[in-house]
Design a protein around this ligand. Structure first.
Ligand code: 1CP
Length: 342
């Protein structure tokens, strides 16, 4: 069993595993080179030879403890038949939502459209057998937001517009949940060892809506993953102290904390759940002294706890790859010091 796997299932160890959200892509020049030659992002995600290469790029450079498959949470809307494009400077742009078309989408058709994703997982698993392979999905709420809003909710987002048709919302959520579970099953069958669930836009929900749109849908997905005997990592970004209710209700194997949470509060309040992440991605843009202190702060707070080192959100595109190397070295040196003491 790998150290990362042991950590997720709650074993304490002197070894802190490390990987980074959004470790494949964006900030790596070797990714940019491939991306330049492949302007169609969806097509790139459906090309196993390139997906394998991109997924393994950060492993080759930094020898991280896990490989996250190069794909996107929006492959599920794509598999359901909604148009998905990634435009330079704009991010994802989705086609008009046709609920009847989506309701008619058959599981076989969905599977066929995403077959290459599963093939890629198999390829990665074959090559990096000793590394944990992380599969992932977007949570129902986050996918619903993209599918109805048709673009990133980063700017001009109005929750009333998203939820104005209760019938549509409920119909869509049910369909999305089914396909998320199917996508998870195929990833597990192809070799994914762990599934991370990104609820990147949970923070858009007011507290009184969290149960209905965040906790319950996440609980259903986590329970589905548990029924497959696979551990899960949940990332309900932006919900502040409601992380506590999230953990009590959803009971994920491991909780990925965002950079807004105080790690001391996390240690006191979420102590029954293994923890991942937390460090602000912007700290990676600062000088090494500040960065080292910030990394050590997380490592000290969680030193006697099942903790996976990661960030509080994805690696920013402007991050220097040498900075990732610097953090990996800090963690690995600390691991060595701790294991020689034991
Ligand atoms: O390590 C990796 O990068 C693995 C692959 C990966 C993952 C895990 C990509 C590739 N996307 C994701 C997850 C993802 N996609 C999330 C959840 C994590 C998070 O919160 O960051 C979200 C919200 C998306 C949606 C998405 N896809 C965005 C965000 C838009 C927004 O609303 O702010 C963007 C820009 C994409 C495109 C995308 N996905 C991945 C890459 C490398 C890119 C950039 C594509 C490009 O080169 O243009």
């Amino acid at each position: 069993m790998s150290k990362l796997f042991e950590c997720i299932i709650g074993k304490k160890s002197s070894y802190t595993p490390i990987w980074f959200m959004r470790q494949a892509g964006r900030y790596l020049p070797e990714f940019q080179e491939i991306r330049k030659k492949n302007p169609d992002f969806i097509k790139l995600c459906l090309t196993p030879s390139l997906v394998k290469e991109i997924t393994l790029q950060p492993i080759k450079r930094f020898n991280l403890d896990a490989a996250i498959i190069f794909s996107d949470i929006l492959m599920v809307p794509y598999g359901l038949g909604q148009k998905v494009e990634f435009k330079k400077g704009l991010g994802p742009v989705l086609g008009k939502l046709d609920i009847d078309l989506i309701a008619n989408n058959q599981p076989d058709k969905f599977t066929e459209k995403l077959q290459s994703v599963y093939e890629s997982i198999g390829e990665v698993k074959k090559q990096s057998i000793e590394k944990e392979v992380i599969g992932f999905v977007g949570a129902p709420w986050t996918l619903l937001v993209y599918m109805i809003n048709q673009k990133s909710p980063k700017k001009d987002f109005d929750i009333r517009t998203i939820l104005k048709d209760e019938n549509l919302t409920q119909r869509l959520l049910k369909i999305i949940e089914g396909r998320i579970c199917l996508h998870i099953d195929h990833q597990i069958n192809a070799g994914a060892d762990v599934i991370q669930i990104f609820d990147s836009w949970a923070g858009l929900l007011p507290k009184e809506m969290l149960e209905k749109y965040c906790y319950i849908p996440n609980l259903r997905i986590v329970n589905h993953i548990k029924s497959k005997n696979v551990p899960s990592i949940s990332f309900p970004k932006g919900i502040g102290k409601n992380y506590l209710d999230f953990c009590k209700i959803v009971k994920p194997s491991c909780i990925s904390i965002d950079y807004e949470l105080d790690p001391n509060w996390v240690l006191e309040n979420l102590k029954d759940t293994p923890v991942q992440g937390g460090l602000h991605p912007k700290i990676l843009l600062k000088d090494k002294k500040n960065l080292k202190e910030a990394v050590e702060r997380y490592m000290n707070i969680f030193s006697d706890y099942p903790y996976i080192f990661n960030l509080g959100h994805g690696v920013l595109p402007e991050t220097n790859p040498d900075t990732i190397k610097f953090i990996v070295n800090l963690i690995r040196e600390r691991n060595e010091r701790r294991s020689s003491r034991n």
